[in-house]
Design a protein around this ligand. Structure first.
Ligand code: MLC
Ligand code: AMP
Length: 505
């Protein structure tokens, strides 16, 4: 007989003995107990099953942040469904790709986008579209409220899929990273242990919950610890400052810390009950790290991860947390290799390769892409240029992949270029990143007009793109140029463009 490896069973086994204890509260939400979490996720699970979703089916979700959204995630786990969250910033063309690629049984969207999503869902052969607003209301909750509590969590094997999260790819086509119940459970237990979660911890949650950081890293740790979560529906520095005194753990992307430091009201006193601040999803600048300690007396714990593997390395909880480093490998093996896979010596810069229980099962329906990113001995090639120092600490020193990270969101230049190139009046384009004081990196585009529209302006390009893709991918600046610099092989020399954008900044 299979022993149940459903992640929900693990989480529920850690719920407090007194299930009346608070699970979620916050300024813009009702208060929910652990019992509510269990009951409402049960009602949702019953509903999803009634709507015809079978274990292994995908449920695509593009909704604003709410506790009901968390319960929908848990309901999917309980019913053995594969949760597929989508960034709320994605526009119709992007959503169409995800739905067509993943062919989910059900889609849950914001009530305001129902008509648009329904149209796409028809093409993607979706059974039904239900709604859930950021206020926790919609047809999903209306129908779920008549369902019973006590849903018997569907047994899952460790390798069965729990979630698919899309990550953009160098070719411009997003890939669905398949994450199993074991992948998520093993990483959650590792972080819970390594970051010393203890009874009484209160997590202040301000991240979006459609990516690994806010959904898995933050929520799984809190649920494993039966913690109270102070749930902010968006990151707002004033709100964070208001609720930090009642909290002990906070997780953020570097932009959160940059913005908090810009607030006068962010002080040592604000952080008086805090035990742990963690940062990741993008590099934390040494100056932010130092300014944070000078202001608060706390040392940020920087960790490194990615959608395909959850958290990979972490600075130590006890011991020195070093600025500009991401610490040591967690429960995965790690090695640094050159492009051909030859393992390099300590101190040499190469690409980080990893193997362990946290590493994903491959890209959804892309066996060739999956094979290309694993070595024959099972190590996954992260694409991050890394160095292991003499002190044993790992440093992410760059990226082999052509990736821009803006405010913790990934942007692949190829995707943006393909949208710009479709614009009437444009011949071709090249997109690069440039340092940005708030977002870490900003997207910048160099665009070559084809001459057919003499009045084409930089703002026209931005306006055109803004209608078509998620706002965080929209270039913060566009340069109209006569041609792109190319090497003798005809390849665009992005380094020259990056330098030009930097000089201009
Ligand atoms: C918003 N904007 C961005 C942006 N976020 N532009 C570039 N990059 C971003 N990240 C745009 C808005 O659309 C708006 O444009 C303008 O910038 C100003 O908006 P804002 O009000 O300042 O934005 P805000 O809502 O405050 O969002 C900023 C943010 C958000 C930092 C709070 O980006 C965020 O929550 N980032 C976290 C991302 C995250 O969770 N990543 C984890 C991935 S998991 P306009 O033109 O409309 O005015 C992962 C693995 C791992 O990477 O290791 O963790
Ligand atoms: P994602 O695909 O959204 O999961 O983004 C993962 C990528 O974010 C990694 O491959 C890294 O390039 C980057 N990343 C995450 N954490 C860090 C960090 N602490 N320092 C530098 N880069 C990071």
């Amino acid at each position: 007989m299979m022993t149940d490896q459903n992640l929900y069973s693990l989480l529920a086994s850690r719920f407090p003995e007194n299930t009346g204890e608070i699970a979620f509260e916050g300024p813009d939400i009702a208060t929910y107990s652990y019992q509510d979490l269990d009951d409402i996720s049960s009602r949702i699970a019953y509903l999803l099953v009634e709507k015809g979703a079978l274990p292994g089916d995908r449920v695509a979700v593009q909704v604003g942040k709410s506790v009901e959204n968390v319960m929908l995630y848990l309901g999917c786990l309980r019913a053995g469904l594969v949760y597929l969250p989508l960034n709320t910033a994605y526009k119709a063309a992007e959503v169409e790709y995800f739905l067509t690629d993943a062919s989910p049984a059900l889609v849950i969207c914001d009530p305001a986008s129902l008509d648009e999503i329904r149209e796409i869902a028809v093409k993607a052969d979706v059974k039904e579209v239900l709604t859930l607003g950021g206020d926790g209301k919609g047809s999903l909750m209306d129908a779920a409220k008549d369902m019973p509590a006590g849903f018997r969590t569907v047994e899952r094997a460790g390798d069965d899929l729990a979630a698919i999260l899309y990550t953009s790819g160098t070719t411009g086509r997003s890939k669905g990273a398949m994450l199993s119940h074991d992948n998520l459970a093993s990483n959650a237990l590792t972080l819970y242990r390594e970051w010393h979660f203890t009874k009484g911890d209160v997590l202040l949650h301000a991240l979006p919950i459609f990516h690994v950081h806010g959904l898995f890293v933050a929520l799984h740790c809190a649920l494993l610890n039966a913690s109270k979560v102070i749930f902010l529906t968006r990151f707002d520095p004033a709100r964070v400052i208001e609720f930090l005194p009642q909290s002990s753990v906070f997780m953020g992307v570097p932009t959160f810390y940059v913005r908090l430091l810009a607030e006068e009201g962010f002080t040592q006193e604000t952080c008086r009950n805090m035990r742990l601040f963690t940062a990741g999803s993008a590099p934390l600048l040494e100056e932010t790290f130092k300014a944070f300690t000078a202001r608060t007396g706390h040392v940020i714990l920087e960790r490194y991860g990615m959608t395909e593997a959850g958290m990979i390395t972490s600075n130590p909880y006890e011991g020195t947390r070093k600025a500009g480093t991401v610490g040591f490998p967690l429960d995965n093996e790690a090695r640094i290799a050159d492009d051909e896979g030859n393992i390099l010596k300590d101190g040499e810069v190469g690409i980080l390769e990893i193997k362990g229980p946290n590493v994903f099962k491959g890209y959804w329906q892309m066996p060739e892409k999956t094979a290309a990113e694993f070595r024959a001995d099972g190590f996954f090639i992260t694409g991050d240029m890394t160095q292991k120092g003499e002190d044993g600490y790992y440093r992410i020193v760059g990226r082999a992949k052509d990736l821009i990270i803006s405010g913790g969101y990934n942007v692949y230049p190829k995707e943006i270029e393909s949208f710009i190139d479709e614009m009437p009046g444009v011949d071709e384009s090249a997109v690069v990143g440039r340092p940005h004081p708030d977002f870490g990196e900003a997207v910048v585009a160099f665009v070559v007009p084809d001459g057919s529209n003499p009045s084409l302006g930089e703002d026209d390009v931005i306006a055109y793109i803004k209608e078509r893709i998620a706002n965080f991918k929209v270039p913060k600046q566009v340069y109209l140029v006569q041609e792109l610099p190319r090497n003798t092989m005809g390849k665009v020399q992005k380094k020259i463009l990056r330098d030009r954008a930097l000089a201009d900044a």
